[in-house]
Design a protein around this ligand. Structure first.
Ligand code: ARG
Length: 404
């Protein structure tokens, strides 16, 4: 019996070559393609996969699953890798891996395969996710070990087997796109001292060409789930995110340019576009600042965003750590009901208003007007006690002549 493999398939040149290469090595290849909001026509995928040699091709719409079960938990953790990257590509890998394992079981395959290179993070994410779900499945990564030493050799191979190679001038970028954002690397971006050429950005308008009028947008959350935009309710989260992507992109919002630390030890210059995600991050952070007490908010900010981002980036989605952090952020999310108003203007996103039935803001305490209900004498004694350690320290230093 032939060895059966489920291959994560994008429909592009690389994964099409993989179909043929695996077939030649004696595997029976079934391709798997998920719609995670990459904005590409997927109806031609089965035909492409089969003409490259696949015996069958599975295409699935996972946009809502991706939005609800992957993007929203990451939003609720306010997770940004190295403080900047909202993890779009990193988040889709565990979901795709989970579906590969599902179909491997259903179709009796002992192998799954992906098209990631040996230099990137995606290989780690795919393989750790597969192993966490079924350690007996073997993962194949042809790109890491095949014989092609140049792009030309791959193109020759593709032509030999009638795999269509786009005739247009080859795009210099490597692009990964989904609902949560676009990541762009390679080509002219590899010199981190140079500004990205304008054709590098895929979905956002150059901020200098964005409308002169700001766009206000109001996002309503119910228990940590964004449910409406400008009063219009969305029953599917992915549609709301898509709408925010469109609005944000129009205003040049969501561009990120960074040098990041990959898992394999390389520093890499990458650019990202994530208008919807970044608008939601600003909004959600602000809502939490309104509804959480100081102790809980500070604990959350210190302990969760960085740790959550690292675990997603490092391929640790299917761990008790992620589940435990989700339990933490879901507890906070129960309070996160309310409305946040934001202003989008030539690349910037600014929160300009917020309200919530769970708001802890007390105007009588905050105000400097005659409505003031704060006991200012209490401030005197509070400051005295809070500052006591510094008074003691100051005395000692003064005695030693070290004060000024
Ligand atoms: N550097 C980003 C990450 O590791 C983006 C990776 C995008 N993947 C790709 N094959 N282009 O999450």
């Amino acid at each position: 019996m032939k060895k059966r493999v489920i291959l994560a398939y994008s429909g592009g040149l690389d994964t099409s070559i993989i179909v043929r290469w695996l077939t030649q090595k004696g595997y029976e290849v079934i391709t798997y393609t998920a719609d995670v909001g990459q904005g590409e026509e997927l109806s031609t995928i089965p035909q492409k996969a089969k003409s490259a040699g696949a015996v069958d091709a599975i295409v699935e719409d996972l946009k809502e699953t991706f939005a609800r079960d992957y993007c929203l938990p990451t939003l609720r953790a306010l997770a940004l890798y190295e403080g900047k990257y909202p993890l779009s590509a990193a988040l889709s890998r565990p979901l795709i891996a989970q579906r590969l394992v599902h179909y491997a079981h259903e179709l009796g395959a002992d192998f799954v395969a992906h098209g990631s290179t040996g230099k990137g993070n995606d290989q780690v994410r795919f393989e750790l996710s597969v192993w966490a779900l079924d350690p007996d499945i073997e993962v194949l990564a042809p790109v890491r070990e095949w014989e092609f030493s140049s792009r030309e050799e791959q193109v020759d191979y593709a032509k030999r087997f009638n795999i269509p190679v786009q005739a247009t001038k080859e795009k210099p970028y490597s692009i990964d796109r989904n609902l949560w954002g676009v990541s762009i690397e390679c080509g002219p971006l590899e010199d981190p001292s140079l500004e990205p050429p304008s054709d590098a950005y895929q979905i956002t308008k150059d901020p200098s060409e964005a409308p002169d009028e700001p766009r206000y947008v109001s996002v309503r959350f119910e228990e940590g789930v964004p449910v409406s935009l400008d009063g219009e309710r969305f029953s599917e989260v992915h549609k709301l995110i898509q709408k925010l992507n469109d609005i944000g992109a129009q205003h040049g919002v969501g561009r990120i340019d960074m040098v990041e630390n990959r898992l394999v030890g390389i520093k890499s210059r990458e650019i990202y576009e994530a208008p919807g995600a970044l608008i939601l991050y600003e909004a959600y952070r602000d809502l939490l600042s309104l509804v959480l007490d100081r102790f809980t908010f500070h604990y959350f900010l210190t302990h969760v965003p960085h740790e959550y981002a690292k675990l997603v980036y490092e391929g640790l989605w299917f761990t008790p750590l992620r589940e435990a952090l989700d339990a933490f952020t879901n507890t906070l999310a129960k309070l996160a009901t309310g409305e946040v108003k934001l202003k989008l203007y030539k690349g910037s996103v600014t929160v300009v208003g917020r309200s919530s039935p769970n708001s802890l803001y007390v105007e009588e305490l905050a105000t400097y007007s005659e409505k003031d209900a704060f006991d200012q004498i209490a401030g005197k004694y509070f400051t005295k006690i809070w500052g006591l350690p510094l008074k003691v320290l100051g005395r000692v230093r003064k005695k030693e002549g070290k004060n000024v």
